[in-house]
Design a protein around this ligand. Structure first.
Ligand SMILES: NC(=O)c1ccc[n+]([C@@H]2O[C@H](COP(=O)([O-])OP(=O)(O)OC[C@H]3O[C@@H](n4cnc5c(N)ncnc54)[C@H](O)[C@@H]3O)[C@@H](O)[C@H]2O)c1
Length: 292
């Protein structure tokens, strides 16, 4: 018995890296997987899943193509009879300091991440809403992919950090809008050794192969498979920072402090009272990432 027996899942950007690992893990847990990616790598992942005794089919939609992602959702339903899980994972980087970033760098990254998350989830939502209206009560899942860049802001990634912060907003919207027809929506902010990070020393595999490989993408896939399963039916609108064996809960909409007057503040009064607002932490920038 797998945690995802009988489930049909779409994983975007699944030809390599985290998406490939999510697809293999979810298929091993019993899900039938639509492996989406732009290139031929999707077929290779399908072959890997089939070789391990699972079921999968490839799809080559760009996640930010409105019609192609509508067809992606239709392909899942036509091929496997239903759709239960969408894992939005596809992504690209075009890192530059803001003052060197041009319009095409901004547009390309916001398009793939932010519009890409919306397109697939929007079309899935149409199908899920219709299913619910027709009386189907089965649970559905969205797992989105944000980043610590979006939660904390990382220099050199204005396009990426803004898109990844937007994905947190989208996750909360989907959790509220789709919750009424049985869909949960959560987000992960992962760290893993993939094409995006393999050149960074921090992400290198441990020498000797005996130590826990913290940055193996499969470590993140366990959390994705859990959130996709029936066991996570009551978890929605949450953000998890996943680093190796560490799962951090990040609560986005939290008010930390307030000063209240009941009338308009003067600037002098704000200067005098702002210490109360910032408390011991002071008004400096928060840390750039989770320590570790
Ligand atoms: N690796 C990390 O440490 C890390 C950290 C934070 C967030 N992330 C996020 O995790 C996700 C996966 O990244 P990864 O590290 O596996 O990178 P990766 O480059 O190995 O994989 C990304 C995949 O997305 C595909 N893709 C790109 N544009 C696409 C499009 N328009 N339509 C469909 N597929 C498309 C690529 O072809 C590629 O196979 C991304 O959203 C990334 O931003 C990764």
């Amino acid at each position: 018995m797998g945690a995802l027996d009988g489930k049909v899942a779409i994983v975007t950007g699944a030809g390599r890296g985290l998406g490939r690992a999510h697809s293999l893990t979810m298929a091993a847990e019993g899900a039938k997987v639509v492996v989406n990616d732009l290139g031929d790598e999707a077929e290779a992942v399908v072959a890997e899943i089939e070789a391990a005794g699972g079921e999968a089919v490839a799809n080559h939609a760009s996640v930010s193509d409105w019609e192609a992602t509508e067809a992606l959702v239709a392909q899942a339903v036509d091929t496997y009879g239903d759709l239960h899980v969408v894992v939005n994972n596809a992504g690209i980087l075009r890192d530059k300091m803001s003052f060197n970033m041009d319009e095409s760098d901004w547009d390309a990254v916001v398009d793939v991440h932010l519009k890409g998350h919306f397109c697939v989830s929007r079309h899935a939502g149409v199908y899920w809403r219709n299913q619910a209206k027709a009386g189907a009560t089965v649970g559905r899942r969205i797992v989105n992919t944000s980043s610590e860049a979006g939660l904390f802001g990382s220099a050199g990634q204005a396009n990426y950090a803004a898109a990844k912060a937007g994905i947190i907003g989208l996750t909360l919207v989907f959790a509220r809008e789709y919750g009424r027809f049985g869909v949960t929506a959560n987000a992960i902010a992962p760290r893993a050794r993939t094409r995006m990070t393999e050149d960074i020393e921090f992400f290198k595999a441990p020498e000797g192969g005996e130590d826990f490989d913290r940055f193996a993408p499969e470590n993140v896939s366990s959390i994705v498979a859990w959130l996709a399963s029936d066991a996570a039916a009551d978890i929605s609108g949450q953000v998890f920072i996943v680093i190796g064996g560490d799962v951090h809960l990040f609560r986005p909409p939290a008010v930390e402090a307030a000063i209240k007057k009941g009338e308009r503040w003067s600037i002098d009064e704000l200067v005098a009272s702002s210490g109360e607002l910032f408390g011991d932490k002071g008004p400096g920038l928060p840390p750039m990432a989770v320590p570790g």
